[in-house]
Write a protein that binds this ligand. Structure first.
Ligand code: F6P
Length: 342
């Protein structure tokens, strides 16, 4: 078979590890050929491709980003998008596609499969919000980056008797905030899954100062105050209809400073959480997902996404994985609340 590979949506560490595993096993074990499509769905849409052989994937296991490039192109928002993809696949002699992406990229893969394209999906996202898989690769790396930042912020917050608010990514899911906040010993963690009362947060902060420790508040970019409007960097929508989040950390620091009388500053970790080398956990997960994805393609098991369930890598229907976002259950949040303000 001649197999196309693409990476779509926001990048994350581990994408290259998947590409490497797919190509290494696909060529060596099954004798397949590969073509790399550039920049997510833009590649097959516009016929933008590059060679992808074993030599092209040597040395890329620890490299962050993606050698194929990425974009948030949505072919269903482009006139004749699906027909153009089908024509370009036929023209390049591509029999099947491996799409590595999050909810948007795999949402497109789900619909293309229903329209007859041979596709297998691989879940990636730092947000960890895809259904049917316990973890997505990229998440562990993002959490470790955020945890290290929180560790560093503790020491400077103590020196200056300040509140430090750390805004982390995650879109509408609070997984990064929850895990980084728990691992970093945050004083309060605020998630999109539950609106917060800013007076209660100020109370936690004051209590922490009473214990002679400076508070670290971790806030997910999608968290919202009670009865409030989400604070947005701007109102622009991308081609999948998402707004760009960000700004809640600054708003919260201003509120906390006014309510507690103690200086409060904000650190927005932003794309640092998506950059650099993957952790060992993410390299292993990405590699195992890549190996299972090429097995699924070899079996002609179209319309599936490979997923981590417990410690196994299994195949699930793409439609099941993309049906709804996996958000933080409130019982998980309750575990973290034990530490708030203390
Ligand atoms: O989905 C991954 C993610 O990093 C989100 O956590 C974040 O809201 C979004 O992508 C940012 O996207 P962009 O890099 O396009 O601004």
């Amino acid at each position: 078979m001649r197999i196309g590979v693409l990476t779509g949506g926001g990048d994350c560490p581990g994408l290259n590890a998947v590409i490497r595993a797919v190509v290494r096993k696909g060529v060596a074990t099954y004798g397949h050929e590969f073509v790399g499509f550039r920049d997510g769905w833009k590649g097959p849409l516009e016929g933008l491709s590059r060679p992808l052989d074993i030599a092209d994937v040597r040395g890329i296991l620890p490299r962050g980003g993606t050698i194929l490039g990425s974009s948030r192109t949505n072919p269903f928002k482009i006139e004749n998008g699906v027909e153009r993809i089908k024509d370009n696949l036929a023209e390049q002699g591509v029999d099947a596609l491996i799409a590595i992406g999050g909810e948007d990229t795999l949402g497109v893969a789900t619909k293309l499969y229903e329209l007859g394209v041979h596709v297998v999906g691989v879940p990636k996202t730092i947000d960890n919000d895809l259904g049917a898989t316990d973890y997505t690769f990229g998440f562990d790396t993002a959490v470790n980056i955020a945890m290290e930042a929180i560790d560093r912020l503790h020491t400077t917050a103590e020196s200056h008797h300040r509140t430090l608010v750390v805004e982390v990514m995650g879109r509408h899911a609070g997984w990064i905030a929850l895990h980084a906040g728990l691992a970093g010993g945050a004083n309060v963690i605020l998630l999109p899954e539950r609106q917060f009362d800013v007076d209660q947060v100020a109370g936690y902060v004051e209590k922490r100062f009473q214990h002679q420790y400076a508070p670290i508040v971790v806030v997910a970019e999608g968290a919202q105050p009670l009865d409030g409007q989400m604070v947005l960097a701007n109102q622009e929508l991308d081609s999948f209809g998402h707004v760009r989040l960000g700004g809640i950390g600054q708003w919260l620091a201003e509120q906390l400073e006014a309510k507690t009388g103690k200086e409060a500053r904000t650190v927005v970790l932003g794309h640092i959480q998506r950059g650099g080398t993957p952790t060992a956990f993410d390299r292993v997960l990405a590699t195992r997902l890549g190996l299972q994805a090429i097995d699924a393609v070899n079996d002609g098991d179209w319309g599936k996404m490979v997923a981590m369930q417990s410690t196994d890598i299994v195949r699930v229907p793409l439609a099941e994985a993309t049906r709804e976002l996996k958000t933080v259950p409130l019982e998980r949040y309750a575990e973290a609340e034990v530490f708030f303000g203390s």
